[in-house]
Design a protein around this ligand. Structure first.
Ligand code: MIG
Length: 692
């Protein structure tokens, strides 16, 4: 049951589309919370000792969000450390599990703070602006609350199947030959690959919807050449439009008044990669229509996927801010700089980027009103990505494109996925990645993953391997690294064969991963679940955050510590462990409920099949196109009988609900101890292996 409480008149975010049964409550009596109303709304909730808090999507820290202060304020902050309060997204959904069981969604484009036992360890204090739509979702379990919430916000974006293959990225591959080299090395070393990402340097002077003719000549031919090798090129698009005479996008935008305005009504100027830019007013439907259609420039040349960056929007400096800073420098430079001035100087310069003052000095046209950016800040990346999605849908209604964004708000999950931004090549960020995934799923973001290997800083061979051993389970699987960092492509390291095998396992597992991912989207379920959602009665399982359930059949326990040869794994029930080096090299074993120290060498990873569950495996391939969908192996832990509903489709159409996409596979234990596997389609089951 969903109850909606309206406070003031909130600017519509269009996060909520569905209309499950809900009640609109006019009274300001919000159950569970004590409410203070002055300039803002303050909601208080008393926790008991057992209370756990889930949600908030893209955030730092653990799965249980209790014990820290979080903020919804989309920020381009590449330091994802514990002390932070906000990352790139604003996902205002959380759930309480304790003496009470409920979920809350605060729908507002403005800043919200979530004090989850930070000021007072037993109290939740949520502060929101006075204009707010407050949704209370009640159901008997965390999973049911998630599903109710997800019904309310609409079906999650589904990526084309090729986008579940392995992607290689770098800031940047500077020319076509570098890309050719990356592809060649992967193919020669039999490291599977489906896509190569183009970062900002493919453009001409960082201008959106241009291609540098010198470094990427005859781009259309180049995409075709890549397609022949079964590679998709995925270019980046940035939010800011370069100010440059003669540049069509800029001129059209100015002519039609499509850019955000400053206080005086002039086009607001910010400094980002292209230099001075204007921001398209993505909140305005006409502007979205215009900007979205620009993607056609690239789709016409054979591009089928994009990533949208810098759309918080990130601002290195504003004209005003820069002027002030320079003035300050000039002033102090006349003096003998004292310590005070030195610190002020430092702050002035550091404070130029993403300065709150700048976000309150430009304006949007939103639903017939002029609105200061501050008030709608958290919607910008969402609406940019929506612009692209809607235009692509118009251009080719029946085709799935790859689309993901850095900044997001709930609602954007219908239009694209997200990557989790500029992490570091740190072991702690691998763990952060593991913990963040279920929270994102709660908020509708299913097509998601981190920069595998780490973005900033230099990675190491073992970190990349261990990271891959987790990332092969995330729907978005991309190796990406920053400018001036060590080369991070799998073939750059000593043990290329191991990389080929581990990345190869992604393709072996793909029938299951794809099936679970698409079903999660269609049925408003989670692909990654914390153990507590399923084994909540088990006090040990309830607190485990470094093991996850992946889909219906699997539990994973990634190794995330340097030089570890294994790890402790807790089994909430008897499970079948499979340790994989490759499709051919693996061991199986039944393990009892309880704690186990499991040896997991660097070259392998462990998965755990749940009781009476099945796993389906392909025969492997070096790209998604080459997977033989009809030839499957079945692996299972079958005490009596197990059933698995396998979802399969062509991977690019949108006819998800067709009956013949669902194949039922059953395994039955016979009296003589053997197993019979059946299916209602003409699959070729190349191998069955069940334990009981
Ligand atoms: O200020 O385009 O998060 O993935 O490689 C950095 C260059 C801009 C930030 C993105 C990152 C990308 C980088 N971009």
């Amino acid at each position: 049951m969903v109850k909606k409480f309206k406070f003031g008149r909130v600017l519509e975010t269009e996060a909520v589309t569905g209309k499950p049964e809900w009640m609109e409550m006019s009274a300001k009596q919000v159950p569970y919370f004590q409410l203070e109303e002055n300039q803002e709304l303050v909601f208080h909730y008393q926790m008991d000792k057992e209370t756990m808090i889930y949600g908030l999507g893209e955030q730092i820290r653990g799965i249980d969000k209790r014990g820290w202060l979080y903020e919804s304020n989309c920020s381009d902050d590449p330091q994802h450390q514990e002390g932070k309060h906000s990352l790139y997204g604003a996902h205002n959904f959380f759930m309480i599990s304790g003496k009470d069981t409920f979920g809350v969604f605060l729908d507002t484009p403005e800043r919200v703070t979530f004090d989850f036992g930070y000021s007072d360890k037993n109290e939740i204090t949520v502060k929101a602006p006075e204009d707010l739509d407050f949704y209370l979702i009640e159901a008997e379990s965390m999973e049911k609350i998630v599903t109710e919430f997800r019904e309310m916000i609409g079906q999650s974006y589904i990526a084309p199947k090729w986008a579940l293959g392995y992607g290689q990225s770098r800031w940047s591959y500077f020319n076509a030959d570098e890309v050719r080299e990356v592809v060649k090395e992967h193919r020669e070393n039999h490291i599977p690959l489906d896509s190569v990402y183009l970062d900002i340097d493919y453009m001409e002077r960082y201008k959106d919807f241009t291609v540098d003719g010198k470094t990427f000549p005859e781009f259309e031919k180049f995409t075709e050449e890549m397609r022949k090798q079964k590679i998709h090129l995925v270019p980046i698009i940035d939010a800011g439009v370069k100010i440059e005479e003669g540049y069509e996008v800029y001129e059209e935008g100015v002519r039609n008044g499509y850019f955000c305005k400053d206080q005086e009504g002039k086009d607001f100027v910010a400094g980002v990669w292209p230099g001075r830019v204007h921001f398209p007013d993505m909140l305005c439907p006409q502007v979205r229509d215009w900007f979205g259609k620009k993607y056609k420039f690239l789709t016409d040349m054979g591009i089928e996927g994009f990533w949208n960056d810098m759309n918080e929007p990130a601002i290195f400096y504003s004209e005003e801010g820069l002027k002030e800073a320079i003035q300050f420098v000039n002033e102090v430079s006349k003096e003998n700089i004292g310590l005070q001035e030195f610190f002020e100087l430092k702050e002035k310069i550091n404070g130029l980027a993403n300065n709150p003052k700048d976000y309150s000095s430009f304006y949007h046209q939103y639903q017939g009103e002029t609105v200061v950016h501050d008030k709608v800040h958290n919607l910008y990346g969402y609406y940019m990505t929506r612009a692209a999605a809607e235009a692509l849908e118009q251009m080719e209604p029946d085709k799935r494109f790859l689309l993901f964004s850095r900044s997001s708000y709930i609602g954007m999950h219908r239009y694209g996925g997200i990557w989790t931004g500029d992490n570091m090549s740190w072991w702690s960020h691998l763990l952060l990645n593991i913990k963040m995934m279920p929270s994102l799923n709660m908020c509708g973001f299913l097509y998601t993953g981190a920069d595998t290997g780490g973005f900033s800083g230099d990675t190491t061979e073992d970190l990349l391997l261990r990271w891959l051993e987790f990332s092969i389970f995330t729907p978005l699987l991309r190796n990406h690294a920053a400018l001036a960092t060590r080369n991070q492509e799998a073939y750059r390291f000593t043990d290329q064969k191991t990389f080929a095998k581990i990345i190869g396992m992604r393709y072996v597992l793909l029938p299951y991963i794809y099936s679970e991912y698409v079903k999660a989207a269609l049925e408003n379920k989670m692909y990654f679940r914390p153990l507590s959602f399923v084994y909540g009665e088990d006090r040990r399982a309830k607190k485990i955050e470094d093991q996850l359930l992946v889909g219906e059949s699997l539990m994973i326990a990634p190794v995330y510590e340097q030089n570890a040869q294994g790890r402790y794994v807790y089994l909430p029930e008897r499970m079948m462990m499979v340790k994989y080096k490759s499709r051919e090299e693996y061991t199986t074993e039944l393990l009892e409920k309880g704690d186990h120290y499991i040896e997991i060498a660097l070259e392998e990873f462990a998965i755990f099949i749940r009781k009476n569950h099945l796993l389906v495996l392909s025969t492997g391939a070096e790209c998604v196109e080459e997977l033989e969908e009809n030839k499957l192996a079945v692996l299972g832990y079958v005490e009596s009988s197990a059933e698995y509903v396998l979802y399969q489709d062509d991977g690019f159409s949108k006819d998800y609900w067709k009956k013949d996409h669902y194949i039922t596979i059953t395994a039955e234990k016979e009296t003589d101890g053997s197993f019979t596997v059946k299916q209602n389609r003409s699959l070729e089951i190349v191998k069955t292996e069940c334990l009981s």
